[in-house]
Structures are given as structure tokens and as C-alpha cells.
Design a protein around this ligand. Structure first.
Ligand SMILES: C[S@@+](CC[C@H](N)C(=O)[O-])C[C@H]1O[C@@H](n2cnc3c(N)ncnc32)[C@H](O)[C@@H]1O
Length: 217
């Protein structure tokens, strides 16, 4: 079992030094890049669709990054948006991107487990987040604590595949000093049912990962 504190520090360092590089992926509309990265757009789309189907929802975005998803969910009608990310450069990018929504947003530069968020949310997003989490149970429990009954979590999870798995392993862990974790569909379902979510929907849009929606009882 990896040391959680050490893993968190490695992940934080990664997203401190690669904030702009990650943000740039969204700008890259070249067909080849889009072809290689359909997951980035699919997971964002599910998050936005879920929020858009709700009436003025309060949205918590865990690992909000540079606010790319925040921007679209605010456009889609979120009444309040709280973004949490422990990479300060990511939060700074999000602050710049979301400046026009100033009266509806709060951005918190902290580890999600160290936040003192007390309010309840209708939608909780954790997109591109669980890839970096060695002990997801504690994060899911905290999400359940702040999820309004009837509210939903939207999350993405990577799966091991022989096509992308070795490339990701070398790129992130060997060259980038950033641990990553893979999931299975039954494992994801178990995590959320045990965490207090009554209904779960796990999709496998490709061999490389899963998309989840889970509703709080
Ligand atoms: C791959 S990025 C995804 C950003 C955004 N959700 C998106 O899809 O555009 C993952 C983000 O999660 C953040 N993160 C990872 N572990 C975290 C933790 N324990 N608390 C807060 N943020 C965390 C990283 O700093 C990084 O910005």
C-alpha cells in the first residue's frame, strides 16, 4: 500500500509544474490530439450534461484543475460552484478563467480532505481525479457527507489496458514521479455503494476507462 501523504505530495508537485500543460490539452483541437484524447471530452460532457439537467444546482468540483469544466457548468446554469484543487497554479488558472462568474464561485487551494466545506451540493464532480488517489474510500465518504440527498456524483476512472496502460505508467510514474491507479467496474460500484450511494451507473465508453454517476439516497 503506497504512503498516502507521500503520494499526495508527488501528485501535487506534478500538477504544480504541469498546470499550464494540462490546461493546454483543452485548446488543442487538432484532429489527431482529439482522436488520442476522446476521454477528456467525454468525461467533461457527462459532467456538463448532468449539471444542465438540474435546476440551478450547487456544484462541487473536486480536483477542479484550471476551471475548464467549471466554466461550462456555470454556463449551463450552476447557481453556485465551489472548486477545490491542491495545486495553486491550477487554482490561479481557474480564477482567471472564471473571473466573470465571481459572484457565484469559490475556489479553494487545498487537499480535498483538508477542506472544511459544510454546505450541501446537488452535483459533485471528480473528473480526472481518482487516477491519482491511492485510498479512494476516504474521498468518497467525504463526498457523501456533502452530497444533498438525491444529488449525484460524476466521476471518471482509468482502467488498465495494454494499449495505454504501459505508456501512462512510463509517462507518469517512471518519468514524471507521479503515481497513478487503475480501477475495475465492480470495484468502482462497490466503492460507491459502500460509501452510501444508492444508485450507480458505470459506463465503459472505451477500454481505457469508466464514467460513473452515483446518486445519494
Ligand atoms: C487531471 S487534473 C483534472 C482537472 C479537472 N477536473 C479537469 O478534468 O479538467 C487532476 C487535478 O486533481 C488535483 N488533485 C489531485 N489530488 C487532489 C487532492 N487530494 N485534493 C485536491 N486536488 C487534488 C490535481 O492537482 C489536478 O489539478
Amino acid at each position: 500500500m503506497p504512503d498516502s501523504a507521500q503520494t499526495a505530495e508527488q501528485v501535487r508537485n506534478r500538477f504544480r509544474s504541469h498546470a499550464q500543460q494540462f490546461d493546454d490539452l483543452y485548446e488543442d483541437e487538432r484532429p489527431l490530439v482529439k482522436l488520442l484524447r476522446p476521454g477528456l471530452f467525454r468525461r467533461r460532457q457527462l459532467a456538463v450534461e448532468t449539471v444542465a439537467a438540474m435546476e440551478q444546482p450547487r456544484v462541487l468540483d473536486v480536483g477542479c484543475g484550471s476551471g475548464r469544466i467549471g466554466e461550462l457548468v456555470l454556463e449551463a446554469g450552476a447557481a453556485r460552484y465551489v472548486g477545490v484543487d491542491f495545486s495553486e497554479p491550477m487554482i490561479e488558472l481557474a480564477r482567471q478563467r472564471l473571473v466573470r462568474y465571481d459572484d457565484r464561485i469559490e475556489l479553494i487551494a487545498k487537499d480535498f480532505l483538508d477542506t472544511d466545506v459544510q454546505e450541501r451540493f446537488d452535483a459533485i464532480l471528480a473528473v480526472g481525479f481518482f487516477d491519482y488517489i491511492p485510498e479512494p474510500e476516504r474521498f468518497i465518504q467525504r463526498m457523501a457527507d456533502v452530497c444533498e440527498p438525491g444529488g449525484a456524483v460524476v466521476a471518471s476512472f482509468p482502467a488498465w489496458s495494454w494499449l495505454k496502460g504501459p505508456i501512462r505508467k512510463v509517462r507518469y510514474e517512471w518519468l514524471g514521479d507521479c503515481p497513478i491507479f487503475n480501477y475495475t467496474a465492480p470495484g468502482i460500484e462497490r466503492l460507491f455503494v459502500d460509501g452510501g450511494f444508492s444508485r450507480t451507473e458505470v459506463r465503459a465508453p472505451s477500454r481505457h476507462g469508466y464514467l460513473l454517476r452515483a446518486w445519494r439516497a
